[in-house]
Design a protein around this ligand. Structure first.
Ligand code: AVI
Length: 341
């Protein structure tokens, strides 16, 4: 389906902050996706629905957990190597970030780029207007040399709109950031499509910095997705709470449990919600009743883990070369610089 693109600028002219809204193709609603997912076999819900207000806060809490090393490991890479990363592409950069959220780790990179070139155009893309406005405000306060053009949009819609725009004067290169191993939540086909969309925006020599979790012992991975405090369990179960709240469901949360398992062959952690007993779950708002067998699960997320060869292969298939990988001292996480061919 062709998208209708609406771009608005919601900032006074001359300010260092611009907000744009890009409407992509009409996405299915939460209600439609829940109906489809819970009447499918096997049952499935998309991980993008984790991130309502409570889910976003639970994810922030996950990042603080001792078992969930990903956020800290990536921050360590940026603390140790931001200067090298910022200098890896020649010429003056602009930085585009996919899924910027609170842009906490990104600050280390932005600071390093500003230190090299004195000023910077930063273009964060996120579907959460509040996250993008708050982080934009904080960044502009901290860095007077920064200009922010923020896109409240799905990645694809914003990338497509950016494709038509010329580079700002004095900018030679684009560096796209896709951090936090968010790419690991996409299936192989979606992942390649997204990288091709990024590649379409770039010119030869431009870069994509891709953060990915790395393959490691199963026990470490499982603990990261099934922590002792039960925060990840709450993050997962919050999907059912959201269905109750937004779609008039009457799901008894106590009849489901969080499950994390590692599928070694596919190289992915899977999160599931498992019914503790046989039951009929009423979803009155959808005019639907969903039957569960005891032990039956809803697959709520896949989180793929990678090795360097897989990233090199993905890069080659999507129009990039893998130029360099930085890892943290524990070699748990990788920041890969892909350069457009
Ligand atoms: C956002 N994403 C990279 C996280 C991950 O590790 O796959 C989401 C998450 N799910 C459970 N814990 C964290």
């Amino acid at each position: 389906m062709l998208s209708e693109t609406v771009a608005e600028t919601a900032a006074p002219a001359g300010s260092r902050f611009q907000l744009r809204f890009e409407a992509g193709p009409q996405a299915a609603s939460f209600a439609e996706d829940v109906r489809r997912g819970l009447t499918a076999a096997p049952k499935v819900l998309q991980p993008k629905y984790f991130y309502d207000a409570l889910g976003s806060r639970l994810f922030e809490a996950i990042s603080e957990l001792p078992e969930y090393y990903l956020t800290r490991a990536e921050a360590e890479i940026f603390r140790d190597h931001a200067g090298e990363i910022a200098g890896a592409l020649d010429g003056r950069l602009r930085v585009i970030e996919l899924g910027s959220g609170d842009a906490q780790k990104t600050r280390l990179l932005l600071e390093a780029v500003i230190a090299r070139q004195g000023e910077l155009d930063y273009l964060p893309i996120d579907i959460s207007r509040s996250a993008i406005e708050q982080s934009g405000d904080r960044l502009l306060l901290a860095y007077p040399e920064l200009r922010v053009t923020a896109y409240v949009a799905e990645y694809q819609a914003a990338l497509r709109s950016l494709c038509g725009e010329p580079l700002p004067p004095g900018v030679h290169r684009t560096l796209v950031l896709f951090l936090g191993s968010t790419i690991g939540n996409l299936d192989p086909q979606e992942r390649a499509e997204l990288l091709r969309d990024v590649r379409a925006l770039l010119r030869p020599g431009d870069g994509l910095l891709l953060g990915t979790d790395l393959k490691k012992e199963e026990a470490v991975l499982l603990a990261a997705y099934d922590d002792a405090l039960g925060v990840t369990a709450a993050f997962n179960l919050n999907l059912l709470l959201r269905i109750n709240r937004e779609l008039g469901g009457e799901i008894d949360l106590a009849t489901f449990r969080h499950r994390a398992r590692y599928d070694r062959e596919r190289g992915r952690i899977e999160m599931h919600l498992e019914s503790r007993r046989e039951q009929l779950v009423p979803l009155s708002g959808l005019g639907l009743e969903v039957g569960f067998a005891a032990g039956e699960t809803i697959h709520t997320e896949s989180s793929y883990k990678f090795d360097r060869d897989q990233i090199a292969d993905l890069a080659a298939r999507t129009g990039f070369d893998l130029r360099r990988t930085w890892t943290d001292s524990g070699r748990r996480f990788g920041s890969h610089l892909l350069v457009a061919r």
